[in-house]
Design a binder for this molecule. Structure first.
Ligand SMILES: O=P(O)(O)OC[C@H]1O[C@H](O[C@H]2O[C@H](CO)[C@@H](O)[C@H](O)[C@H]2O)[C@H](O)[C@@H](O)[C@@H]1O
Length: 252
């Protein structure tokens, strides 16, 4: 539920404690800045150092919870991705201690990918992003395509029984039935996060389920970016502020 109206400037988050809290961090727009081409994103050395420091300080009570697939997170983050807990594909995939939990690939996904490519063939600025559980249509380079692309995505989703996931300058077709809040609930029910209060940082609509979950479980959510309707209690302005706040938490 979006409990905060879109005009409210949220306060800065309080400090969190490794003894009481678990950290759930969104990736794009929270840990790394948004760019035109989703395939060009990678975790820079400072971000890898930060995640490693948080993983150590919070004794494993850290997860990256992303709309990206775990396959993509592995490629973007590198070897450290094998060490930290990951929830990918908007909560559908979870990997912890080397154990991967993933649903079946959605039945209609290959047909949806073919239709996404057919649409992109008509619009050179449209990027098709193929993921293990979904397909994204990115119009950041041609924002005027938002209306028609979202309309076509709704048609493709209805035809192939796929959930239409809106995002920033993109829309995705993915398997239905899970969200990032489910991933937060699942992980906080397991060692080493069991009993911890979840703290969720995220910027996009897909993060709202996790932000609401954190608040409902006695933790809190932090919205990254400009004020908007949100379930988060706190806010940070941008990726640089997120990293600075997280470094403070990592150093204690
Ligand atoms: O949950 P996240 O980790 O934030 O993933 C959400 C989506 O992020 C990516 O798209 C966004 O970042 C792109 C690269 O900066 C940008 O071009 C795009 O406009 C943003 O929406 C990713 O490509 C998607 O697959 C994720 O679902």
């Amino acid at each position: 539920m979006l409990t905060r109206p879109d005009t409210v400037v949220l306060p800065l988050p309080p400090a969190v404690s490794p003894d009481r809290h678990a950290l759930f961090l969104d990736f794009d727009g929270t840990l790394v800045s948004l760019v035109d081409d989703p395939a060009s994103v990678h975790a820079d050395p400072e971000l890898c150092d930060l995640l490693a420091a948080l993983h150590a300080r919070f004794a494993g009570r850290l997860a990256v919870v992303s709309g990206r697939s775990i396959e993509q997170l592995d490629a973007m983050i590198g070897p450290l991705a094998r060490v930290i807990t990951l929830a990918g594909s908007h909560g559908a995939e979870i990997r912890q201690d080397g154990h991967l939990q993933e649903p079946l690939r959605p039945a209609g996904l290959d047909a949806a990918i073919a239709e996404a490519h057919a649409l992109a063939a008509l619009h050179p600025g449209l990027i098709v992003e193929i993921k293990t559980q979904g397909v994204g249509l990115h119009y950041r380079m041609q924002p005027e395509l938002e209306g028609p692309v979202r309309a076509r995505a709704r048609e493709i989703g209805a035809t192939h029984n796929l959930y239409v996931q809106p995002g920033k300058m993109m829309v995705e077709l993915r398997g239905p039935g899970c969200d990032k809040g489910d991933a937060v609930r699942t992980l906080t029910g397991r060692t080493p996060m069991e009993g911890s209060l979840p703290v969720v940082l995220g910027d996009d609509l897909t993060d709202e389920a996790a932000l609401a979950c954190a608040q409902a479980m006695g933790g809190f959510g932090v919205l990254v970016g400009a004020p908007r309707a949100t379930a988060a209690d706190y806010g940070l302005a941008d990726v640089a502020d997120v990293r600075a706040w997280l470094w403070d938490m990592a150093k204690g």
